[in-house]
Design a protein. Structure first.
Length: 579
């Protein structure tokens, strides 16, 4: 994972840099307290960022994406205070947290698993999984490894306290659990493993076992109350859900995400790739069904182990409960860290008899015939391919850096741009426009006074000239086909024909909506004639932005959909990745 050291900053790393600088750039939309740098948007800040064009006209200013992570924020504050301009030391800190986590996993498995071969195999499955590349590749996502580190050590001391009847170990576990919750919301998954321990590993009457969990329950209630009282949480986003506030939205995401996360953990397709499923809906639909079948087959092969071994029941129950918080966010392999704690035990228990050439629990004839093939695929995916991919996935932000650099490099950066409005007609996804002013503000590079994003190149876009000041913009599909466009929008917000969104120098009017009240056509009226030199127009062509000339009055131009493989790789392939 040390291959990440020279990969620098990317995306939200620059957001955190602005916050920790106390920068008034971008209208002060990123002014935050040093330990509050995961409060991303809400009614207080979003209108400022919409005005400057960091967010789009369709983004809902009331959307809230605020996360209470003061412990993780503290690690970024230390980066900023000690080595602000030395990103490799920031990545090194991520690596140190990764080492702390893996030492915790080793200690946890030694406590839980009596068979050292199985414990070592489970540790290898966890440590060598290429999903662990997320530990170090993106500094802004460090909260996952920090929170999991505290979670794992909380479990270690919890089990030691129960085994040794040590009150001190119990107090240490509770303190570590509190730090885990304050490092990242995913730490709620720790409660699944604690609950599983009470159900399957501890002795005595069930009621007494559960009653002994009152300190952990009280901590969770106190954390949740404080979380809401301090105005943290998510709302108004199609990509995030709060299980308590929006249960139906959460259930929809759970049905969609759970099989994908589980198959990714077992060695299937990276869950991150599912964010591009809009390009090939039929293909990904078939893969989804195959994922459900694969997870079900794994469960059937594991069933005899579940019946015979309490630790397998513990691992299964904890891993499945860990899927719940992971499903409440947009898909990424960094969400697997808590699921993997139990899943690696399950895979190790299934593989161990086969690797030792020992007889496992009896299976039905059909399952017995499938077992060698499943074992071969699990070994190939998790112990051969995953370790080979791990060094490159630790450099995973380089590919996204390249896309952002190409996008940024195709926009003027001379001092004269400071007095102009940059108009993006069809970026492939709004982050490829929204991050440009953020990166430039953090780096001190000249940026436009404001920018406007009219549509995305998810589908082809027809741009018609209505009059000297107005463009009519119509994508072939609606404006939300790309998942990135749904970050600050959800189904509760509807658009109406004639609705106006005022952006200062541009007024966007919804001229047509779908049956579901999604905008399918807008008219953007600019304060000045479109040829005014204060406007800098850009369209996406191939792998970068190119100049765009608004068509004459009464005429139109059709801009092609983006080839997303060309967007990502910077070169054209024999096939096109289009919706």
């Amino acid at each position: 994972m040390l291959t990440s050291l020279d990969t620098g900053l990317m995306g939200d790393d620059y957001v955190h840099l602005l916050m920790l600088d106390g920068s008034h750039e971008l209208g002060g939309g990123f002014l935050r307290a040093p330990l509050d740098i995961f409060r991303f948007c809400g009614p207080r800040f979003s209108p400022l960022l919409i005005r400057d064009g960091v967010f789009t006209w369709w983004d809902d200013p009331s959307t809230k994406l605020n996360f209470w992570r003061p412990v993780s924020s503290l690690t970024h504050y230390l980066d900023h205070a000690l080595w602000r301009d030395t990103p490799w030391l920031m990545h090194l800190q991520c690596w140190v947290w990764g080492v702390i986590l893996l030492l915790g996993v080793r200690a946890l498995y030694r406590v839980l698993i009596a068979d050292r071969f199985v414990a070592t195999l489970a540790l290898a499955l966890y440590a060598l999984d290429d999903a662990r590349g997320w530990f170090v590749c993106w500094i802004a996502a460090r909260n996952a490894v920090v929170a999991t580190s505290f979670s794992v050590w909380a479990l270690v001391f919890y089990h030691r306290g129960r085994a040794q009847r040590s009150q001190l170990a119990g107090v240490v576990s509770l303190a570590l659990l509190a730090l885990a919750l304050l490092a990242g919301e995913g730490s709620i998954a720790t409660y699944g493993y604690i609950f599983a321990s009470a159900l399957f590993l501890e002795h005595g009457a069930l009621g007494k076992r559960l009653l002994r969990l009152w300190p952990q329950a009280l901590l969770l209630v106190a954390w949740r109350v404080a979380y809401r009282a301090l105005d943290y949480g998510v709302s108004g986003s199609a990509l995030y859900a709060d299980p308590l506030s929006t249960p139906l939205h959460f259930l929809r995401l759970l049905v969609e995400h759970a099989p994908i996360l589980l198959q990714a953990q077992l060695g299937g397709m990276w869950s991150d790739t599912w964010n591009s499923s809009f390009m090939y809906p039929t293909l990904f639909g078939a893969i989804y069904l195959a994922s459900v079948a694969g997870v079900a087959l794994f469960g059937a092969l594991l069933a005899p182990h579940v019946k015979r071994q309490p630790v397998v029941r513990y691992a299964l129950f904890g891993a499945l409960l860990a899927v719940l918080p992971a499903s409440a966010a947009f898909l990424a392999d960094r969400l697997l860290t808590w699921i993997a704690l139990g899943a690696c035990i399950l895979v190790a228990e299934l593989l161990a008899p086969q690797l030792r050439r020992q007889a496992g629990p009896p299976l039905s004839p059909a399952l017995a015939r499938s077992l060698p093939s499943v074992v071969f695929l699990l070994v190939l995916a998790n112990l051969v391919f995953a370790p080979l991919f791990l060094p490159s996935r630790a450099r995973g932000n380089v590919a996204l850096q390249d896309v952002l650099s190409r996008a940024d490099g195709s926009v003027p950066s001379d001092p004269s741009i400071r007095d102009k409005t940059l108009v993006f007609v069809n970026p492939p996804a709004f982050p490829l426009a929204g991050y440009i002013p953020i990166m430039r503000a953090a780096q001190g590079v000249p940026r436009a006074r404001a920018q406007r994003i009219l549509a995305t190149a998810t589908t082809e876009v027809t741009v018609s000239r209505v009059d000297e000041h107005t463009l009519r913009v119509r994508p072939r599909a609606h404006f939300f086909t790309n998942p990135a466009s749904r970050l600050m929008w959800d189904q509760s917000r509807v658009f109406h024909v004639g609705e106006h969104i005022a952006l200062g120098d541009v007024d966007v009017r919804i001229s047509e909506v779908t049956a579901e009240h999604l905008p399918i056509e807008i008219e953007a009226r600019f304060a000045k004639v479109l040829e005014d030199p204060s406007y800098v127009w850009r369209q996406w062509l191939g792998a970068r932005y190119a100049p765009f000339a608004p068509p004459p009055v009464g005429q139109r131009v059709v801009l092609p959909a983006a080839d997303y493989m060309q967007v990502l790789l910077g070169k054209k392939l024999p096939f096109e990745a289009r919706y």
